[in-house]
Design a protein around this ligand. Sequence first.
Ligand code: GLA
Length: 630
Amino acid sequence: MRWPKGLDGLCYGGDYNPEQWPEEVWHEDVRLMREAGVNLVSLGVFSWARLEPAEGVHDFGWLDRVLDLLHEGGIRVNLATPTASPPPWFSLAHPDALTVTAGGSRLTHGSRDTYCVAAPPYRAACARIARALAERYADHPALAMWHVHNEYGTWCHCDHVAAAFRAWLRRRHGALEALNDAWTTAFWSQHYSAWEQVMPPRATQYLPNPSQVLDFRRFLSDEMLDHFREQKAILRELTPDVPVTTNFVFGDWVPVDQWKWAQEVDLVAIDHYPGENPPEETAFAADLARGWARGRPWLLMEQAVVTYTGPRMVAKRPGEITRLSLSHVARGSRGVMFFQWRASRGGAELWHNGMVPHAGPDSRIFREIRDLGALLPTLAEACEAPVTATAAILWDTEAGWALQSPGFPSTEVNYLDAVRQAHRVLYRHGVTADMVHPSADLSSYDLVIVPSLYLVSDETAAGLRRYAETGPGTLLVSFLSGIADEHARIRLGGYPGALRDLLGIRVEEFHPIGDPVTLDTGDTASVWTEHVHLAGAEALARYPDGTPAITRHGRALYLSTRLDDDAYARLLGLGPAVTVETVRRGDRLFVINHGDEEREIPGSLLLPPGGYAVVGIPGGSPAIPPSETM
Ligand code: GLA
């Protein structure tokens, strides 16, 4: 991890897109930023057309003035390379660098992210603009950090991608016959007799090959990572002391293996936009970011002053911006950043809102932004100790991709849902979890949960066995773990192939279900059931036909179905549900009351509805006294 020099404590700010505004607004912006305690802005994320109005013609004058103004105001800059949105002139000059969908449509400019990451003209243009920016601003005192690109995740299926995919496959598989074997191309007459025959998974008549789809995601992740590395090398050459990062976004569709990427960025940064249940989703995202950062500090690079709930974009309730920000900070973020500083008056995201909303600074939102800016510096000391977590949840991006296998027996099974449930149950019972890579050292955890880890290597299986045999706590493995090898081929002889011995069971058949069934414990089982045979384990719960549903083998539990959250918590023997969010950092406890009722917290203190506090342990003396009702 590298942290920007001279940026002490927590950082605070957001994406700043001044090119949308006349210059007089910039002066008001800096004045308001100072009033709000902003010390860092992400600048130029989508400024390519303004910075390079025609090929090779640069206009840096306006950006010089913005950087100088910010510097005069004591605000540092997280300067972006603008490569996520090539200008129209570029797309017209290089139509081969536009995105092609799986169905073969070539997209056109008019939005953003409409590029092919493997297209040579795009790569060359990205390298040029990154170099031009670094040459221009290497010595600017406002420069704190580089923000490469934005939310990598664009899929493309064009001929450039096909060529790059083949080159990647040659490196991965070596011989074509090895690829044929890994992809089981003997089925459906898919055998390849020349590399040129291998394609990206473009639209095809019926089910695509699951191993091909999985390899394609791995390829896209690596190809985008190469694009990041190219820019990073240029920035490093010209500004060796300035950290380089990019903002991760995650979701089922994102072809980015964050574990791999986290080793390449100087600082893990995430964007987070919660939906239906902001506190739980925030805790999950923050724990995941801390996991990718392997316990080192990370940064919440973007959040909004609104939430997206189903069909609606809703302003966060009074105090909610603060509470969710505190949750990120408590869970390891070295600051709080937003998209964006000032709400746009036009353009595609005019309704997304900002730290300065359309109503201007005389608004509830800006007042809360200002108060949060005053609060954050008081938390810096409490954030020095690492987060204490007693449980671990295994997270593996590739396993999640593999579980999206075409033709899977149930469309209702979802990796993210399984992982989120594990996290949510712990969260609701006051247990802080680390999200860990399957190869992580598990020996310090009281509890390890392996939710639906479909694809498992032999090493991961060995690590889990080690934990079950010698680790201090309970191992819970849930359905659809240990099923496939690295090529998404089934491990034969009974499920869950890689984990049968460890769990002392053998699963003969899968039975996805529509209507829930009741187990002999009275708990409800839904979505997925299995025909489990005991092979050393004992049954803790049985299906109506008497076959085992939940088993125990030593310290290893196996859950062959989806339980509701309460039953899940009972299975883990968790204590009562908690009413406030707590996160321990050394001898401090962050406490956040997301609810509508007053709560008593450690130290016999009362936390008002929507309030928060940082208390000392074990004395319970308030380091940051309980806030007033928010
Ligand atoms: C993402 C992007 C931003 C903006 C926000 C809000 O996080 O990085 O550019 O689009 O979403 O929608």
